[in-house]
Design a protein around this ligand. Sequence first.
Ligand code: KMT
Ligand code: NI
Length: 156
Amino acid sequence: MHAYYYPQEPAVQGEAPTRSTVTTDDLLKLGVEYYRLKEGQDVDSQIDTFSSERGYSNRDVVNISPQSFGESYAEKLAIFFQEHIHEDEEIRLILEGSGFFDVRDKKDQWIRIALEPLDLIVLPAGIYHRFAPDEKNFTKAMRVFKDLPKWTPINR
Ligand code: KMT
Ligand code: NI
């Protein structure tokens, strides 16, 4: 995981940074929790533990790539990249590939969080955010949710 201030606007994709200028403590102050799953251990059992601790009982997997979305890829990316909030937490675990979650800090500046496999992020309810793939155009992610997902984006 790397996180850094991201002044460029508007850029959907880009290169992952080589170092972080925003720490996990900085993220935590915004209510953003970052976890790294253990390598070489079963992902499902780690997510089982995480989910039961937090009272989450459902999950699914989304595959974001030109192959999986076909002609609607650009349309999907535009929806993911539209700045929005949710009524619930947004929990994502990167399984394969990589991608960016951008969140607004308290001064409304974008922080870009570059995630890779085994990175798990919890965005708190009500934080403005958006998602973009990086130049590799491949993100396979697990979405963890309570009962029925309430991912209706509330656009800014
Ligand atoms: C969202 O809500 O924008 C997403 O779930 C993005 C895909 S998960 C990497
Ligand atoms: Ni969202």
